[in-house]
Design a protein around this ligand. Structure first.
Ligand code: C2O
Ligand code: CU
Ligand code: CU
Length: 460
């Protein structure tokens, strides 16, 4: 096969997109993302083969878009498998959503697809394939997408942190990417925890400066429990959208911020004014807390205060009318009939364990109707009832919603696209069905999604 090799990679690496930790870059307007095999040193002293990225031997870059400005990405497939690209959390036209059979045909080997959209909302989002996901995502194909505010809030540094595991053996090579046992329970966890494809990366930032950390949980299964011991700062946005009232930064294990697969948090950090001081992003993990990334104060001393930051402007999203809303219940649980055939939305795992409203995702959307059929413009409350003993980060494409009620806990009602549904919890989410199309709706533990916990919502 032959691909059009457009000579853009060098240029993209230098100017339009930034690999790895931090660094400002110009917003990409027309990047080419070439999905290809990659290698990297994830485990010290070993080169891991058979990874998947959009750059040669480097993690998928941070894409920086501008709010309200058109963006086009050409996605080229240089792997032997089918693929698509999905722009997680963005409210975009349905045809650009990247869901195989629902919104487009999969992109075959040597083929390309142009995704064009104008992001209406600023914030931290991410991108990943929606085909062969248990393979391609587990091998590295998850990247952070930043939509920059029209007016910059005034940080000295802006750093994107992509948190994810890899399942490697002692020789640094991939072992089984998932197990049936894991898929039927909380998911199969990786063996090496990474940030931007590195273990315990250190980033130098100005002492006394204001740093924006954009943390994204792109792992296929792990729920991170994040805290920054002794740090000064605020949680200013969750899942892309600004918090009307910023939350205190979690500084201890006990107050850790849960970040489930698919979710993001924007943290404003005030670095200590002394050279050599550190701020650590930790996650709670069995045994002892793990260091995910370290900020090291160096180079000149700034004397910035958190109060100097401009508050993030809210994204313009219609408020649902709760008293008039249509209420629909969706039940998350086991697959009622055992192991039904299930093509897993492009790339089967060969098992069916899960269901929504007793219906496991049957595969090709042609055969399956929507879970809920909504009229454009109506206000909706979806009552998510978890009958299973596992947690599920439930994700809705193409729209932003609010969590308004739980039977188990206080909920904060910020806009989101992925809500963590705890075991045995009933969670009400609300939104205005203002974006027409067939929108995928699924658990973001990829093994759950691909063994049945997926469906779609129609708005017409
Ligand atoms: Cu982040 Cu349907 O996915
Ligand atoms: Cu999505
Ligand atoms: Cu799940």
């Amino acid at each position: 096969f032959s691909l059009t090799r457009r000579r853009t990679l060098g240029l993209l690496g230098a100017a339009a997109i930034t690999p790895g930790l931090g660094a400002w870059a110009k917003a990409a307007s027309r990047p080419t993302l070439r999905i290809q095999p990659a290698r990297a040193e994830l485990l010290k002293g070993f080169v891991t083969d058979a990874m998947v990225s959009t750059l040669p031997d480097a993690p998928p870059p941070v894409l920086r878009l501008k709010q309200g400005q058109p963006f086009t990405a050409r996605v080229e497939n240089a792997t032997p498998d089918y693929t698509t690209m999905h722009w997680h959390g963005l409210r975009l036209p349905n045809a650009m959503d990247g869901v195989p059979y629902l919104t487009q045909f999969p992109i075959g080997q040597g083929e390309a697809f142009d995704y064009t959209f104008t992001p209406p909302d600023a914030g931290t989002y991410w991108y990943h394939p929606h085909c062969m996901t248990m393979d391609q995502m587990a091998r590295g194909l998850t990247g952070i997408l930043v939509v920059e505010e029209a007016e910059p809030p005034g940080f000295d540094r802006d750093i994107a942190l992509n948190l994810r595991d890899f399942r490697l053996g002692g020789d640094g090579q991939f072992i089984d990417l998932w197990t049936a046992r894991g898929a039927a329970r909380a998911g199969t966890f990786g063996t090496v925890m990474t940030t931007n494809w590195a273990t315990e990366p250190v980033e130098e930032v100005p002492a006394g400066g204001l740093v924006r950390l954009r943390v994204a949980a792109t792992d296929t299964a792990r729920i991170y429990k994040l805290f920054l011991p002794g740090a000064q700062g605020l949680v200013i946005a969750l899942d892309g959208h600004p918090l009307a009232v910023p939350l205190p930064l979690p500084v201890s294990d006990a107050e850790a911020l849960l970040l489930a697969p698919g979710q993001r948090a924007d943290l404003a950090i005030a670095m200590p004014p002394t050279e050599g001081a550190t701020v650590d992003l930790m996650t709670h993990a069995p045994g002892k807390p793990r260091l995910m990334a370290r900020l090291l104060a160096s180079g000149g001393t700034l004397k910035r205060e958190l109060t100097e930051l401009k508050p993030l402007a809210p994204n313009d999203i219609p408020e649902p009318e709760l008293d008039k809303a249509r209420v629909e219940e969706l039940v998350f649980g086991w697959s009622p009939e055992g192991n039904l055939p299930n093509d897993g939305l492009c790339g089967t795992m060969g098992y069916t364990f899960w269901s929504i409203n007793r219906l496991p995702w049957p595969g090709d959307a042609a055969g399956a109707g929507p879970l809920v059929d909504l009229r454009q413009g109506e206000s909706v409350i979806l009552r998510l009832r978890n009958e299973s003993p596992n947690d599920h980060p439930i994700h809705l494409h193409g729209l932003a919603f609010k969590v308004i009620r739980s039977n188990r806990r206080e909920v904060s009602s910020h806009w989101t696209d992925t809500a963590l549904l705890l075991e045995k919890e009933v969670l009400d989410i609300a939104f205005v069905a203002d974006n027409p199309g067939d929108w995928a709706f699924h658990c973001h533990v990829i093994e759950h999604q691909k063994t049945g916990l997926a469906g779609y919502i129609r708005i017409s």
